[in-house]
Ligand binder design. Sequence first.
Ligand code: DOR
Length: 446
Amino acid sequence: MSATTLIRSALVVNEGRSVQADVLLRGGRIDRIAPEGIGSAAGAIEVEATGHWLLPGVIDDQVHFREPGLTHKDDIAHGSAAAVAGGVTSFMEMPNTQPQTLPQELLEEKYRLGAARSVANYSFYMGVGSTNLDEVLRTDPRTVCGLKAFLGSSTGDMVISDERVLDELFRKAHLLLAIHAEDDPTIKAELDKALARYGPDIPITEHPHIRSAEACFRSSSAAVERARTFGTRLHVLHISTARELALFDPGPLEGKRITAEACVHHLWFDDEAYRTLGARVKWNPAIKTAADREAIRNAVREGRIDVVATDHAPHTLEEKARPYTQCPSGGPLVQHSLVAMLELARQGVFTVEQVVEKLCHAPARMFAIGDRGHIREGYAADLVLVDPDAPWTVDRAGLEYKCGWSPFEGQRFHARVLRTWVNGHLAYADGRVRHEVRGERLRFDR
Ligand code: DOR
């Protein structure tokens, strides 16, 4: 049972408004939000929060925690610990583990692992391969966040290229279909050119030319067209180019059948970062130009991008040091998504309310998570308390990541996560993760 907690005088940043209030957590739920204050609450632990911001816990709809099978890179215990240290209270995890999450049996095995090991609330995507549609269609929309298909290859070879399989999938998908959209033939042609020019040790600065804007557009535009044809509920992950943005409608999420996600690295870095950080910023899709980044930022503001996530996808530093063709794409991010987005708010790129909308509210609405992602009485007490002005610098010693590194090392952030509650349980406080806390399996009202 979680403790009763009284958070005093926090600035509650929620649903477009910021209001100072006392907030009482009881029985794992938000019991009362009182702008006029709460005199006392019997037996409550009191947290003095004057000058601090209370936000809904972040819901990250794209992480790779690598369990089972790739646990030298990350695992659910470390990934979820890093999540709560960063104010992320719920995550949705991807199927390119080993073995891949293609049969229902393995999907349920992941849920058992989540129940046993996750500090945060959890959901796991059902993987779509070229031959498992029957299994995919057995996925329960009320207890599983979505389906995940790779329409371009990345870590783990899960790519689907057969047009008939894709038609069947888009026609029959009965819950949200999240896709990785990059066109493999386009990438291969560019890779062959680079290999001819440089040999296998291609400079990392070539990455955005190999995994090109054209490769992204070809794949995502074809997927959007197919979704329009079949009425598919399509969610296009990690948009990385200006050109793709016209595929998505601006405005509120409600009523959209086709939605888009942007990731923190595409909002923060541009191709200059390859010169300083090398393969540590090698992602698929690649980080592209400053103009692309600017356009994605604008799309977040105008609603063409519906949610912001991390695509947290760790690899070891040893793996990242390999020559280009053997160096995997992806990096750890889940511990710093909230503070990085709040830093962008401080720089005037977004408002704090927009950050809360894209990281907390919108994922809850998009996935129909009925009682999370907002600070409302009766909702689950998934909350994060932030000091907006407590500058600090990311260093290795403070990382919860199993892989032991971050692309943000040396980065100074102004906002600091002070405490994170998961279902009313204090999961992170004073720089320490409470590893004994366990999150819940997410439920979806659909
Ligand atoms: O860079 C990436 N790495 N992009 C993906 O979509 C997959 C991920 C991984 O699993 O390593």
